[in-house]
Design a protein around this ligand. Structure first.
Ligand code: 13P
Ligand code: G3H
Ligand code: ZN
Ligand code: ZN
Length: 310
């Protein structure tokens, strides 16, 4: 089976009230861990590559690794550009065989965001590639965001409708209180579900995306810290909130930080317990297993996309 777009996946996910996991990939072990989990869970899969990943791994290598994953797994897999900054990077990815790209114009004013998104949509659609855009700004470390600040940065439901209509985009990332990285909330975590509900109602049937959706699982933060790490106060989005979002039109949930933490905690533990070892396979193997377990947990218990290929 060749790489696929997310069109069909999102249709099914929307109707089924679950989300597809979009996992960031940077090297072979990460890809293999994710794909092993998806195989066991018979789950559709989105593998996403950021600009940083392209710089780190070289797009040629990543593309070949993802192709190997498709061949090995026979799963429907989307190869997606995460946070494309401009038309040129989106075009480069489309031309090299990505089946989905994100144009992230969220830092621009509304009209400019529409203009660059539309430009990417026109090119992508002419090549059979789907496009994700973003409206609203993801918070930095959130400290009980005030209502007025929410209105300035979170996705405005009226604007979301206009944005989707005018751009012809295929999915939309919304800002409702999540943020990237390991420090998402200073106090009690909260997401603006009222806003999400309004957006979902206004855009009936249209797939939404949640970025910054790692849970920053406490056991992995604790393990990092136990074995020499320093991650005080790391906190993510509670799993029940992600489950709820998945029933409310959110069809794609982005996860990177949780994979990083699983990998790092595992390698740290290995180094402390085996100071005599220096064969990279000895610590990258367990790190790959940790990624697999993490992804399997997400698919089964959080995203709800087990058996989504059946
Ligand atoms: O949104 C993401 C990638 O686009 C990843 O979010 P996390 O940092 O919460 O894993
Ligand atoms: O959105 C951010 C993702 O976690 C990717 O991070 P990165 O840009 O460091 O590769
Ligand atoms: Zn963004
Ligand atoms: Zn993101």
């Amino acid at each position: 089976m060749p790489l696929v777009t997310s069109k069909e996946m999102f249709n099914k996910a929307y109707k089924g009230g679950y989300a597809i996991g979009a996992f960031n990939v940077n090297n072979m072990e990460i890809i293999q861990g994710i794909v092993e989990a998806a195989k066991e869970e018979k789950s559709a899969l989105i593998l996403q590559v950021s600009a940083g990943a392209r710089k780190y791994a070289n797009p040629i290598y990543l593309k070949k690794l993802v192709e190997a994953a498709v061949e090995d797994s026979n799963l429907p897999i989307v190869l997606h550009l995460d946070h494309g900054e401009n038309f040129d990077i989106c075009k480069a990815c489309i031309d090299s065989g990505f089946t989905s790209v994100m144009i992230d114009g969220s830092k621009y004013p509304f009209e400019e965001n529409i203009r660059i998104t539309k430009e990417v949509v026109e090119y992508a659609h002419s090549k059979g590639v789907v496009v994700e855009a973003e409206l609203g700004k993801l918070a930095g470390v959130e400290d009980a965001v005030k209502v007025s600040e929410k209105d300035a940065t979170y996705t405005d439901p009226e604007q979301a409708v206009e944005f989707v209509e005018r751009t012809g985009v295929d999915s939309l990332a919304v800002a409702i209180g999540t943020s990237h990285g390991a420090y998402k909330f200073k106090g009690t975590p909260s997401l603006d579900f009222e806003r999400l509900e309004i957006i979902t109602k206004k855009l009936e049937g249209f797939p939404l995306v949640l970025h910054g959706a790692s849970t920053v699982m406490p056991e992995f933060v604790a393990k990092c810290n136990e074995y020499g790490g320093k991650l005080p106060g790391a906190q993510g989005v509670p799993e029940d909130m992600l489950r709820k979002a998945a029933t409310m039109g959110v069809c794609k949930i982005n996860i990177d930080t949780d994979l990083r933490l699983a990998m790092t905690a595992t390698v740290r533990e290995y180094f402390v317990n085996h100071p005599e070892e220096f064969d990279p396979r000895k610590y990258l193997g367990p790190a790959r297993d940790a990624i697999k377990q993490m992804v399997q947990h997400k698919i089964k218990n959080v995203l709800g996309c087990s058996n989504s290929i059946l």
